[in-house]
Design a protein around this ligand. Structure first.
Ligand code: ASP
Length: 369
C-alpha cells in the first residue's frame, strides 16, 4: 500500500500547487510559511525525543527483534542515487527517496501543463490516492488485533512497565505541539499582524477541537473556513485559497509526530542516526507532510517513507500503531491551527482582513466565549 499511496498523494499534492502560481505573491507567502513552520515542527520533534529518550531500553516484541535492520545509506550515495535512472525500477524496489523525487518531477510536469491538459492524469492519480487511503482504512481496522497480538506477549513477559515508553511518546508529542503553538504560532501572529494573540487562540479553538475530535483536517475544513471568515475577519478569497491548501499540504502536527517517531524507533532498535540522517529526515518528513492526506491515520503510513529514507525498519511503525489515534488527535489539531495562523497573516498583510470582526468579543461558540 505504501508505495502507491505515497507516490500518488505526492503527485497530487504537487500538482495541486497550481493555485500558488496563479496567486503570485500570496501563494508564495503561503507556501513559504507552510514550509518553514513544518521544518521547525520536525526539528522540535527530533530535539525533544533526543533529550527525553523514550525509546532507550524499550523491550521489542519478539517478532520485531528478528526484523533486519537496513544498512543506513551514506549521504553521498543517497545524494547520487536520489535521481532514479529507472523510475519504474525504483517503484518496484520501493526506493523511497527516488520515488519521492520522481513524484515531485511528475507533479511538477503536470503543473507546467496547466489545468486542462493535466486533468486526466491528475484525476488518475487522485483516484489511486483515494483508493489507497480507502484500502489503508480497511487495513487499519485490523490494526487493533495486530497491535494486541504484538504487545500482549511483551507486557505478559515484562510487566506493564513496558508501556511507559509509549506514554512518554504521547507526552513528548503533546509537549512539542504545545511549544510549537506557543513559540511559532503566537509569535507569528504577534510579529506579522498587530492582532491580539489571545483573541486569535480563543477564536481558533472551535476548529481546533473539531480537528482534535475528528482527527481529520479535511473534515474540519468547513469549520475552519467558517471561523476564518466569520470570526476572524479573513476575506473569502484568501480563506478559500489558504485553508484548503493548508488542509492538504501543511501538517505541522504530523511533522512533529514523525520527528518523534523516527527517534523513538531508532532508539528502540538501537540505531544511531548521524547528522546527515537528520537532514534526510527533515527533508523527507517535509515531503511526507505534503503527501499526507487530511484524513485519520495517514500520517502513520507516510511515516514509512521517512523511515525508509534513513534505513529504519518500516516494521517499527507497529510500535506506535496502538497509540496512533491519541497522537492523531493532537497532530490534526495542530495542523489545523497552523492553517488558521497562516490565513490570518496572509489576509492581514494583504489588507483582506476585517479588524472589527476579529476584535468582536462575541464568540459564536458559547463554549469558548
Ligand atoms: N489526521 C491528520 C490530518 O487529517 C493526518 C495525519 O494522519 O497525520 O491532518
Amino acid at each position: 500500500v505504501i508505495v502507491p499511496l505515497v507516490f500518488s498523494s505526492l503527485v497530487v499534492g504537487v500538482a495541486e500547487l497550481k493555485d500558488i502560481k496563479k496567486l503570485g505573491k500570496i501563494g508564495l507567502k503561503t507556501f513559504v510559511f507552510y514550509f518553514l513552520t513544518t521544518t521547525f515542527a520536525i526539528i522540535l520533534g527530533l530535539a525533544f525525543t533526543n533529550v527525553l529518550k523514550p525509546g532507550s531500553g524499550f523491550t521489542l516484541p519478539t517478532t520485531l527483534k528478528e526484523v533486519k535492520v537496513n544498512e543506513a545509506p551514506n549521504f553521498i550515495d543517497t545524494l547520487i542515487n536520489i535521481i532514479p535512472s529507472n523510475p519504474m525500477k525504483s517503484i518496484v524496489d520501493g526506493s523511497m527517496l527516488q520515488i519521492i523525487v520522481f513524484a515531485l518531477i511528475l507533479g511538477g510536469g503536470l503543473l507546467s501543463l496547466g489545468e486542462t491538459k493535466s486533468k486526466p492524469v491528475f484525476a488518475f492519480f487522485d483516484g489511486i490516492s483515494n483508493a489507497m487511503i480507502s484500502i489503508t482504512n480497511g487495513i487499519m481496522k485490523l490494526a487493533p488485533i495486530g497491535v494486541l497480538g504484538l504487545i500482549t506477549p511483551v507486557i505478559a513477559n515484562n510487566g506493564p512497565k513496558v508501556i511507559i515508553p509509549l506514554i512518554k511518546v504521547i507526552f513528548i508529542v503533546y509537549l512539542a505541539s504545545i511549544i510549537h503553538a506557543l513559540l511559532v504560532y503566537s509569535s507569528s501572529i504577534k510579529i506579522f499582524t498587530k492582532m491580539k494573540v489571545r483573541t486569535f487562540f480563543r477564536k481558533a479553538s472551535t476548529p481546533f477541537f473539531v480537528a482534535f475530535s475528528t482527527a481529520s483536517s479535511a473534515g474540519t475544513l468547513p469549520v475552519s473556513m467558517e471561523t476564518a471568515e466569520e470570526e476572524m475577519g479573513v476575506s473569502k478569497p484568501i480563506a478559500s485559497f489558504v485553508l484548503p491548501l493548508g488542509a492538504t499540504i501543511n501538517m505541522d502536527g504530523t511533522a512533529i509526530m514523525q520527528g518523534v517517531a523516527v527517534i523513538f524507533v531508532a532508539q528502540a532498535f538501537g540505531i544511531n542516526l548521524d547528522f546527515m540522517d537528520y537532514i534526510t529526515v527533515i527533508a523527507t518528513a517535509t515531503m511526507a507532510s505534503i503527501g499526507t492526506a487530511g484524513v485519520p491515520g495517514v500520517g502513520l503510513i507516510t511515516l514509512s517513507m521517512v523511515f525508509a529514507s534513513v534505513g529504519l525498519p518500516v516494521e517499527g511503525i507497529a510500535l506506535i500503531m496502538g497509540i496512533d489515534r491519541i497522537l492523531d488527535m493532537t497532530r490534526t489539531a495542530v495542523n489545523i491551527t497552523g492553517d488558521a495562523v497562516c490565513t490570518t497573516i496572509v489576509a492581514y498583510q494583504n489588507n483582506d482582513f476585517n479588524t472589527d470582526v476579529f476584535n468582536d468579543k462575541e464568540c459564536k461558540d458559547e463554549l469558548f466565549a
